[in-house]
Design a protein around this ligand. Structure first.
Ligand code: ZN
Length: 151
């Protein structure tokens, strides 16, 4: 894929998920939840998980934020549903490597699927925190932390 068409795809996916975020609600009987805040941009999200055994049966989010933070959270919920906790942590690890430019989805083995569109965001350091806020918050929720603030 050329640089231009990749940038175009990225724009389209972000806009579409921002307009129609998936799993955008609270899970009343969540087994895990946490609140995340990115002071750099003002993104403020809550992530809810319903885990049975070690399977993420349901995952959702709510909150206010820029298009990137919202689209990233929307895509994260789609990616995590049905995964087990270990797989979720591995996805978080790979996503983090991707957004800081240490994983190249064209060359390195990965399980990111559609999340690979966030490659290239490392060129915009202030946006990295927008894209990764939901993942830090999800990880915090799994570790029973109540709130996460990006540094
Ligand atoms: Zn943001």
């Amino acid at each position: 894929m050329s640089m231009d068409s990749r940038a175009e795809l990225y724009q389209q996916v972000i806009l579409e998920h921002n307009k129609k975020p998936r799993n955008f609600h609270k899970i009343e009987l969540a087994t895990h939840d946490a609140e995340g805040y990115n002071p750099l941009c003002g993104d403020h999200l809550s992530v809810y998980l319903h885990v049975t055994g070690d399977i993420i049966e349901d995952v959702s989010f709510e909150g206010e934020g820029c298009a990137i933070s919202k689209a990233s959270a929307s895509m994260m919920t789609e990616a995590l549903k049905g995964k087990n906790v270990e797989e979720a942590k591995e996805l978080f690890r790979q996503f983090h490597q991707l957004v800081i430019g240490e994983l190249n989805p064209e060359k390195d083995a990965h399980i990111l699927g559609k999340l690979a569109i966030f490659s290239g965001i490392w060129h915009f350091p202030s946006r990295v925190k927008c894209a990764s806020l939901c993942w830090h918050t999800m990880n915090g929720a799994l570790e029973n932390k109540e709130s996460i603030t990006t540094e």
